[in-house]
Design a protein around this ligand. Structure first.
Ligand SMILES: [Zn+2]
Length: 176
């Protein structure tokens, strides 16, 4: 017979159309509030989603205080929870495999135009670094070359895993 772990989580929302609950995995119960407790029989179709993209996004955006790690941009609907070890390649949906990135920096990261070193510094592909274009290229991309990430999780336990960054950074170097 298997063992199950029981621990409190907070369901902070439901997206019925997508069969998803939004789970707050970091919430700390406040002792001054008597929390209602319910026994919840989770539909199997929900349970699958509990390990999916939505809790990952919520956890990663929370860890980065809803700001792009590279540029600190703060509009949540233009922010993504990017995987370091890509999910299509088996990367896990955990905060240490995540970075909050704005749409622009997510796209440049995925296309190996922007790299992040294991020491949390930004690098721009050498070819793109010397292109001449408008302000999005200059201010939004090239000027971050050599800069430290602007936003990191306050909790060390949630910061990006350096070995995952190293592997991904190597792929960036190989692409350049
Ligand atoms: Zn950004």
């Amino acid at each position: 017979m298997g063992t199950s772990a029981l621990y409190p989580i907070f369901l902070i929302g439901e997206e019925r159309a997508d069969l998803q609950y939004i789970v707050d995995i970091d919430a700390v119960p406040r002792p001054d509030i008597l929390w209602p407790s319910i026994e919840l029989e989770i539909d199997p179709s929900y349970r699958r989603q509990l390990t999916g993209q939505r809790p990952f996004r919520a956890a990663v955006l929370r860890a980065y205080r809803t700001s792009c790690a590279v540029c600190s941009f703060r509009h949540s609907d233009l922010l993504d929870a990017a995987h370091i070890h890509e999910d299509g390649a088996g990367g896990l949906p955990v905060a240490t495999n995540g970075l909050t990135l704005c749409k622009m920096h997510h796209a440049t990261y995925d296309r190996r135009i922007l790299g992040i070193t294991p020491d949390y510094e930004v690098r721009i592909n050498a070819e793109v670094l010397h292109e001449v274009d408008g302000p999005m290229l200059r201010h939004g991309t090239q000027e971050f070359h050599g800069q430290h990430l602007m936003v990191l999780p306050k909790s060390r336990a949630q910061r990006p895993d350096r070995s995952l960054l190293e592997t991904r950074y190597q792929a960036f170097l190989d692409a350049g």
